[in-house]
Design a protein around this ligand. Sequence first.
Ligand SMILES: O=C(CO)[C@H](O)[C@H](O)COP(=O)(O)O
Length: 207
Amino acid sequence: MKLQIALDRLSREKCIEVIDTVKEHIDIIEIGTGVINEYGLSLVRDIKQLYPDKKILADLKICDAGESESRNAFEYGADIITVMSFADPSTIEACVKNAEKYERETVVDLLNNQSEETLHQLAGINVTSVSLHIGKDQQKDGAVFSPLSRHIHNFDFNVYVAGGINNENIDDYLKLKPEVVIVGSGITKSADPASAGEQLKRKISLY
Ligand SMILES: O=C(CO)[C@H](O)[C@H](O)COP(=O)(O)O
């Protein structure tokens, strides 16, 4: 099981400061959607160069033009990209094919998706990884778990979990036995990010 830090709503300098603080505890660095919107994919390239031993996930949340969007991200050095499950299957398939071609990974983000049928469709187009993601806006309404959590282990996906995870609630998510636990604010907004990262990693490594 791996720990992924999500860098959202941070300046370029703050992203690097946070990574330096927690790098010994994390496996994957996620460059958040808003951060990429602000700084572009060149930040993905720069962070990969600074931390070559870490996997870099570019959280592009692709929903169209899958071939060019995913190719571009992989060319900039992303190890992992995200595509939305509501996208046309051809968009998702193009991202999956590029991941195979570049020997990287495409994660399908299941944000706001409650359809078990989608999981069957994703399995049918060779999707390897999915993310049970509760978005920021859904968290405000008290949402905690994706309704798809209960079906996910009927499939052979690498499972990522994300959305409001922190040291207080991580045990509930660990019961899902995900491959990757994504934590953003639970580290970046913590009074002591290094200690938060260390505690999260310790809990994860017990699984
Ligand atoms: O993809 C995201 C928002 O769209 C976040 O990266 C993800 O939800 C993790 O952040 P947090 O732990 O702060 O919820």
